[in-house]
Design a protein around this ligand. Structure first.
Ligand SMILES: [Zn+2]
Length: 373
C-alpha cells in the first residue's frame, strides 16, 4: 500500500480497488462511495454479515505529498531496514489499513457477537472531506455501529481527545486610487489588517482567559494567520487583499463562535467602506472544518482499546482526525494506531515493525472479543 501513490491531490482508486478485490476473494462485498468526478472513493465493508453492527476500523487512504523533502529513498519504495518500514503513509496511516485488511479472514472466522467494519476514506489530509459522505452513507443504510477505532498513529496508546482545526479564507475588496488620493479609496490591505489584528486579539484572549485543558502541549485554543497577499505597487492604494487563518479549538471551546466573532467584526467595518465604494467589503470562504474530538476514559470503546493494546494509559493528541466526525454522528470513538505522529508528514517517514506487531495483536484480540467492555 505504501507503494501505491495516494497523495490527496491524486486518485486513491488503486488502493481502494486492491482492498475491494481482496475482500471479494473472501466473499465480502464492499460499498464504494465516490467523489463528484469519480477519481476517489471511500470503502465500507462489513465482516460478519448477519451479526449486529459492531466496531468500525477507520482509516484514511490518502497521504500528504513529499515535494521538496529530502528522502534517502523513494517515498514510494516501501523498504524495510533496521526494523522499520519506510515510506510515505507508512505511519500515517496505511499500516493500520493494511493490517486490518490482512486480518479480514480472522474477523470472518471470529466468534465475536458483533461485526467488524472497515471504513477507509479519501481526502482526510485536506480537510476530512471523504469520511463525511461515508458517515452519511452509513446513516442512510441504517447501519448503527457500536463503536469506532480510528487507527491514526498514537504509538498504540488510546487517545481520547484532540483539538479541532477550522480554516478560512477572507477576501477583502476595497477601491483603488493613486496613493496621493487616499480619501477617495478603500485600502484593502489596511482593512484586512484590522481583521488580522482582531484575530491576534482573540488569540491573546484565549491565552489569557480560556480555562486550561490539561494534557495538550498548548492547553488553550489558538488562532493564527498563515498567509497574506495584497497590493500591486507602492503608489497604488490596493483594491484587493486576502488572507487565510485557522482556529485550533479545545474540545471545550466553540470554533463556530470564534468565526462568528470575526465575521461580526468585518460587518462592523463595512459601512464606512461602502460609503466610498458600494461593492467594498469582506467575503469569507471555508477551507476546512474538522471538529475537535472528546471521547471518555469511561467509554467501553476506550476500555476495549486499552485492553487490546495492553495500555493502561490514555493520551491526548495534537493533530486533527476523523474521530470527531464519527463521535458527532453518535458513534463512541477512540483513536489508536501504530506508529508515531513524530514521523508523519516528515521525510523518511517510517513505522517500526514492533508497532506493527502490537497492532496485529490488537486486531487479533478484537477478533477474539466476546463483549465490548
Ligand atoms: Zn492521518
Amino acid at each position: 500500500m505504501v507503494r501505491m501513490d495516494t497523495v490527496s491531490a491524486r486518485s486513491n482508486l488503486a488502493l481502494i480497488h486492491f482492498v475491494r478485490d481482496e475482500l471479494q476473494r473472501l466473499g465480502v462485498r464492499a460499498r464504494l462511495t465516490f467523489n463528484a468526478d469519480k477519481t476517489k472513493a471511500n470503502l465500507f465493508a462489513t465482516l460478519g454479515e448477519g451479526k449486529p453492527a459492531g466496531v468500525i476500523l477507520s482509516g484514511h487512504t490518502d497521504t500528504v505529498p513529499w515535494d521538496g523533502q529530502a528522502w534517502s529513498d523513494s517515498p514510494l519504495a516501501g523498504n524495510v531496514r533496521d526494523g522499520r518500514l519506510y515510506g510515505r503513509g507508512s505511519a500515517d496511516m496505511k499500516s493500520f489499513i493494511a493490517l486490518a485488511v490482512a486480518h479480514a479472514q480472522t474477523f470472518l472466522d471470529s466468534q465475536a457477537p458483533f461485526a467488524v467494519h472497515f471504513a477507509f476514506s479519501y481526502d482526510e489530509e485536506v480537510g476530512c472531506f471523504g469520511v463525511r459522505e461515508l458517515i452519511a452513507d452509513l446513516r442512510d443504510a441504517g447501519i448503527r455501529p457500536l463503536a469506532c477505532i480510528v487507527g491514526e498513529p498514537t504509538s498504540m496508546v488510546p487517545a481520547i481527545a484532540h483539538k479541532g482545526v477550522y480554516r478560512y479564507k477572507c477576501c477583502v475588496r476595497g477601491k483603488e486610487a493613486h496613493s496621493s488620493l487616499t480619501p477617495r479609496s478603500v485600502n484593502a490591505i489596511e482593512m484586512a489588517a484590522r481583521l488580522v489584528g482582531k484575530l491576534r486579539d482573540m488569540a491573546e484572549g484565549f491565552e489569557r482567559e480560556e480555562p486550561r485543558y490539561a494534557g495538550f502541549d498548548v492547553p488553550f485554543s489558538t488562532a493564527s494567520v498563515g498567509q497574506f497577499h495584497g497590493g500591486i505597487a507602492d503608489n497604488v492604494v490596493p483594491r484587493d487583499a486576502e488572507f487565510r487563518y485557522e482556529f485550533r479549538d479545545l474540545p471545550t471551546a466553540d470554533a463556530y463562535a470564534m468565526q462568528a466573532q470575526v465575521v461580526a467584526h468585518a460587518r462592523s467595518l463595512e459601512p464606512a467602506m461602502k460609503q466610498v465604494a458600494p461593492d467594498a467589503g469582506f467575503r469569507f470562504e471555508t477551507i476546512c472544518e474538522i471538529p475537535s474530538f472528546l471521547g471518555s476514559a469511561e467509554d467501553p470503546v476506550t476500555r476495549l482499546a486499552q485492553r487490546l493494546s495492553g495500555e493502561r494509559r490514555t493520551t491526548l493528541v495534537a493533530f486533527g482526525t476523523e474521530a470527531g466526525l464519527f463521535k458527532n454522528a453518535g458513534i463512541p470513538t477512540v483513536v489508536c494506531g501504530p506508529g508515531s505522529i513524530e514521523q508523519a508528514h516528515q521525510p523518511d517517514e517510517y513505522v517500526s515493525l514492533e508497532q506493527l506487531a502490537r497492532c496485529e495483536a490488537f486486531l487479533r484480540g478484537l477478533a477474539g472479543t466476546r463483549e465490548l467492555a
